[in-house]
Design a protein around this ligand. Sequence first.
Ligand SMILES: *Cc1c(COP(=O)(O)O)cnc(C)c1O
Ligand SMILES: [Zn+2]
Length: 423
Amino acid sequence: MKYSLICPSCGQKFSDNYLQVCDHDAGLVRTVYKNQKLRLKPVKGIWKFQEWLPTHHSLSTNGELKVFKSDGLSRELGLENLFLAFNGYYPERQASLKTGTFKELEAPPTIARALDKNIQSLCIASAGNTARSFAYLAALTNFNIVIIIPSEAKDQIWIPTNRDSTNVRLIALNGNTDYFDAISFANKFSTLSKITNEGGARNVARRDGMGIVMLEAAVHLNRLPDHYIQAVGSGTGGIAAYESSLRLVKDGRFGSKLPQLQLIQNLPFTPMVDAWKQNSRHLFLDQIDEKEIMNNIDEISAKVLSNRHPPYSIPGGVYDCLKATNGDMHGVTNQEAFSAGKLFEDTEGIDIVPAAAVGVAGLIKLAEEGKIGAKEIILMNVTGGGLKRLHEDLPIQYITPEIIGKEPEETYSENQEISVVST
Ligand SMILES: *Cc1c(COP(=O)(O)O)cnc(C)c1O
Ligand SMILES: [Zn+2]
């Protein structure tokens, strides 16, 4: 066996049956690879890390991120060892994630793992960027996918190819809906239609896919960084970075100190920051009026950071990862994010998406407050960028959504056609 799964809560080890849960508790099960030393495959793109991805075969996709040393931004901030993991499209730097965000690291291993398990179609919820990456990868591989998005995201769903996309089914929820409504809908929808739910943060293929950021950085730096900085909504990227770091420490060639997670949220919607600052494993969202929550979500500029039920409290979740790495969380305003995005574009020569700008605003704050040292090795996960360039350079095909109500029961009985995708 190439890998097994382990529950961080009870320590039980089991083989991958595609169920994402432990029998005993709610622990976030993670992958343990038989090969403890990272060996790269001689291919371009993310499949060079296939030994540490939970799939038995690869897809013929070659998009990749690039890690490089910052010169412009680092000079501006007085950081001597600032490294950027650029997850987007930046041809001069050979970064080629053509849907423009690090969600494109998750889609290939997720689809490959489904095919391993003989699953021919998946249903997935998204706030926008995940939808693009899965739509694109599904179109490239002729995989059937049903994507559920809140209505607000419907204009952002395009794929950078002219390929046929009839195997991509996009459902936009009507009205004042958010990412969590899409998640709830996807859960009910997959039960009704029997199309496998992809599983979100619980899906080890998604996390190990995102964990590639840390692998790529460690290979580039020949060591683990001191800090890992990222804008988070669910925090899954942070969990993935931590899990990759554990593997790299076990490998032995990259040092023994885990990078400190510095995770950033967009004010005024900062449920994880609020809990973390109170040293609480539990979120306070159930104590807040739903209307206020939706208003706060309405206000943030980076809507992909709006998860109302992030995997924060569960064993192996964000809280545990922060504790294990002596990490911290921070909130930044829309205005700080906007300025940070502009500074990034001016100093590094490429545009970044609003969520990535939230992350960079966090970096700026950490530098100003002296919470990261001028000589420390900093890994900034620039989670998305290059959309302007991408629209100039690549063919862009918009996916037309079906607009439907909030409840899948209604839709499903009215619209049996939905089940067609499952075959
Ligand atoms: C999804 C996303 C994030 C947040 O990622 P999580 O680790 O899952 O919270 C940040 N930036 C961009 C561009 C994203 O698409
Ligand atoms: Zn368990």
